[in-house]
Design a protein around this ligand. Structure first.
Ligand code: ZN
Length: 116
């Protein structure tokens, strides 16, 4: 498992009215209660989450990404769900931690087991 090459870019917003966290950061308003953007506060997300589902792709639009690559839906501990590459994960339900490599965001198994 490699260490992040730069600080994680996981910046979201938290609603001051209902507490819902959204990712990526935006200024339009709360997805949960509809509060206006002024009610949203920037928040740095932990990068910890759980794999909801994953699949292997054999072609990627970015030629810099080597294939096959595993893409997963990850639910962050703060609530938002995002889609990103994962490494060392073969099934849903695994706890993952965000990192960054030369091609951007990638999640690794939190316990480090099964790393490729
Ligand atoms: Zn809200």
């Amino acid at each position: 498992m490699s260490e992040p090459s730069h600080p994680l870019p996981l910046r979201g917003v938290r609603c001051g009215a209902c507490g819902r966290t959204a990712f990526p950061a935006q200024e339009f308003g709360c997805e949960g209660c509809g509060a206006y953007g002024a009610g949203l506060e920037p928040v740095e997300l932990t990068g910890h989450g759980t794999v909801l589902a994953l699949l292997t792709v054999y072609e990627h639009p970015d030629p810099a990404v080597s294939t096959p690559a595993t893409i997963a839906g990850v639910q962050l501990d703060e609530g938002p769900v995002l889609r990103a590459r994962v490494s060392g994960v073969r099934e849903a339900g695994v706890a993952v931690t965000a990192a960054a490599d030369g091609n951007g965001l990638i999640f690794h198994s939190t316990n480090g087991a099964g790393a490729r």
